[in-house]
Write a protein that binds this ligand. Structure first.
Ligand SMILES: [Zn+2]
Length: 289
């Protein structure tokens, strides 16, 4: 066995352990795969807890899903993984799990596509919901196929979530980000307010993508794009009218305290708007260059 294949088996074991430890999977849920080369995949076996796997349990298949090696059967969701590899040639790792909060959004039919967290807009962009398809069938693979061209993270209606990346740990971290975003969104909704970043701010965050060299699968869609008809861009919901801005236009005039501690109000509360935060990040990047 090639040494890097051996390492990838161990990495899959580790990612499975973390998914289980984080409560992103229960029982035998979830599956992980890695593209080994142009015509071969390494995947988790079906019917085992992803928290207690060993490297020898992994199965290799070709890109049609035919088993090449392994004592066990390949993941039951292999068709979904194959659909990703077919449509995203640059992707080498796929993680599927059922993180409870994100899956709650998938059950409620609520996509994670509002511009509420600067970091998520910059990294994952939007996280839409792929239509329901019976698990382990072509239906689910077809639903994922429609959305995966423009997104690195998807909710699967009434099922779970899937994240993809050029390498395994990045795909796993995207699953962490997706679930963390869902938890924060849930808390904001429970608190009764979900203030959305302005379109102008979203455009600035998109510029940061370019500056940081963040590889996004697709650009953000222009405002008012019909989400259902746009498979080549990411629909991020952000209001363009000033009345709905998160950042009060008057507060943008507050001088930015470059290089020092954040602006602190009389009550010792940190007062840093998203606009200021973005400017600070941009300033830090400039200093690094
Ligand atoms: Zn599943």
């Amino acid at each position: 066995m090639a040494p890097n294949h051996e390492r990838l088996r161990a990495d899959i074991v580790e990612v499975g352990r973390r998914l289980h430890a984080c409560g992103f999977v229960a029982s035998n849920d979830g599956n992980i795969s890695v593209r080994l080369d142009d015509d071969c995949l390494l995947t988790t076996p079906t019917g085992v807890s992803k928290g207690f796997m060993t490297p020898d349990m992994m199965v290799t298949t070709d890109l049609t899903g035919r088993k090449l090696t392994g004592d066990r059967e390949a993941s039951s969701e292999l068709l979904m993984h194959l659909a990703v590899y077919e449509h995203r040639p640059e992707i080498n790792a796929v993680v599927h799990a059922h993180p409870p909060t994100a899956t709650g959004f998938a059950v409620a039919g609520i996509p994670l596509d509002k511009a509420v967290l600067a970091e998520v807009v910059t990294t994952l962009g939007s996280i839409p919901i792929a239509e329901y398809g019976t698990p382990s069938t072509h239906e689910l693979a077809d639903a994922v196929r429609q959305q995966i061209k423009a997104h690195d993270g998807l909710l699967l209606a009434n099922h779970g979530a899937v994240t993809v990346a050029q390498e395994l740990f990045s795909a796993y971290y995207k699953m962490e980000t997706l679930e963390h975003f869902a938890r924060i969104s849930l808390v904001a909704r429970q608190l009764g307010r979900e203030r959305v970043l302005s379109r102008e701010e979203v455009n600035r965050l998109q510029d940061l993508r370019d500056r940081y060299g963040i590889a996004a699968p697709a650009p953000l869609c222009p405002p008012d794009t019909d989400a259902a008809s746009s498979m080549d861009c990411q629909t991020v919901r952000a209001p363009s009218s000033l009345g709905e801005r998160l950042v009060d236009p008057g507060r943008l005039d507050i001088p930015i305290n470059h290089g020092a501690s954040p602006v602190v109000g009389d009550d010792e509360e940190v007062r840093l708007t998203y606009g200021e935060l973005t400017a600070l990040i941009a300033d830090a990047v400039r200093q690094l260059q």
